[in-house]
Design a protein around this ligand. Structure first.
Ligand code: HMG
Ligand code: MG
Length: 296
């Protein structure tokens, strides 16, 4: 079995940081992640700088990323303005990010559930014409803070529309981290019943209630092989206040290696990176594996 780790630390991890992080620190963080063996590293977002001030330096960051053969640096792009900025920087991989609920579509994208597609469709069309790979995220797949539980049929309907735009993969986001293995099984079954193969899906779990690793294992057992995680477990969404960090990459790697699954990641080097970053952020990593290995 092979699992692909999609590292989101520099984007999801840093987008909500209260302290300003210098662009050189971000660049060094990305360099260390690549050195630790991660091959897909989401670097930043080409969104409105006022909406996500922490990533306002996206153009500057992308101007000089460590070039490593086989390492990809996807970026978030919500609209054509973002795509223009990404193309100007020679980006090869982008991700659009849709909402499964009306309330989050308005808060995160300033769009309705339906009109988010008017924004995404020309982005995907133009990106594909330029030969880019386009991933799609779908947020609030289990519940959102304003509407409560999200009906699985609604998630499948919106998710299929995102895939049908031409995205190669759909990453299912439990943005506020409330899901449990039961939720994961029900949602993946609903996608399978709708004819969406597990090879088109990725999982993106936030660890608010400590369920991210259990949810990930459930998805792996159902046949999903792409897992999003952030080094050190940092992160959260500025437009969903109850969101905390992602599944920590170290916790994921520890579990996968214990299961005999190869990841290509040097866990020691990754932990050293998260300890280094924690010093810059001024607080310890919430990852249990980082904490345990730091004492060794
Ligand atoms: P809007 O205000 O509706 O934008 O925001 P607009 O199209 O009306 O344009 C207004 C102005 O913004 C214009 O400038 C545009 O040029 C400018 P003006 O003519 O007024 O001077 N503008 C831009 N400037 C730079 N880059 C851009 C851009 N777009 C417009 N890309 C918009 C709509 C989507 C832009 C805004 O809502 C936005 O930036 N949202 C991003 C929110 C975000 O990044 N949230 C966090 C990521 S999602 C997440 O974390 C969840 C995830 O991790 C999965 C999970 O956990 O579930 C992915
Ligand atoms: Mg997220």
């Amino acid at each position: 079995m092979r699992v692909t780790i999609y590292e989101v630390g520099p984007r999801d991890g840093l987008q909500n940081e209260p302290v300003t992080i210098p662009v050189e620190v971000k660049r060094e963080f990305i360099r260390r992640l690549a050195d630790a063996g991660l091959t897909t590293i989401e670097a930043t977002s080409f969104v409105h700088p006022k909406w996500v001030p922490q990533l306002a330096d996206a153009d500057e960051l992308l101007a000089d990323l460590p070039r490593r053969p086989g390492v990809r640096y996807p970026v978030l792009v919500p609209n054509e303005r973002g795509l223009d900025r990404a193309l100007a920087r020679g980006v090869t991989d982008i991700a659009i990010f849709g909402s499964a609920t009306e309330s989050f579509a308005r808060r995160n994208l300033n769009r309705t559930l339906d009109s988010q597609f008017d924004m995404f469709a020309p982005v995907v069309e133009r990106a594909l014409a330029h030969g880019l790979r386009v991933r799609a995220y779908l947020s609030m797949v289990f519940a959102d803070p304003w509407e409560g539980p999200t009906p699985p049929e609604q998630v499948v309907r919106i998710g299929r529309r995102l895939l049908d735009l031409g995205c190669y993969e759909l990453s299912l986001g439990d943005t506020i981290g409330v899901g449990t293995p039961g939720h994961v099984e029900r949602l993946l079954d609903a996608f399978a019943e709708a004819g969406v193969g597990m090879d088109r899906l990725a999982v993106h779990f936030h660890d608010t209630y400590g369920q991210a690793l259990a949810n990930t294992l459930t998805a792996l057992r159902r046949g999903v092989t792409v897992v999003d995680a952030s080094a050190g477990g940092i992160g959260g969404c500025p437009y969903a206040k109850s969101a905390t960090g992602n599944l920590a990459t170290e916790d994921l790697v520890w579990m996968l290696h214990g299961m005999g699954v190869e990841t290509g990641v040097d866990l020691k080097a990754l932990v050293a990176t998260s300890l280094w970053l924690a010093e810059r952020l001024g607080r310890p990593s919430p990852s249990r594996v980082v904490q345990a290995l730091a004492k060794e």
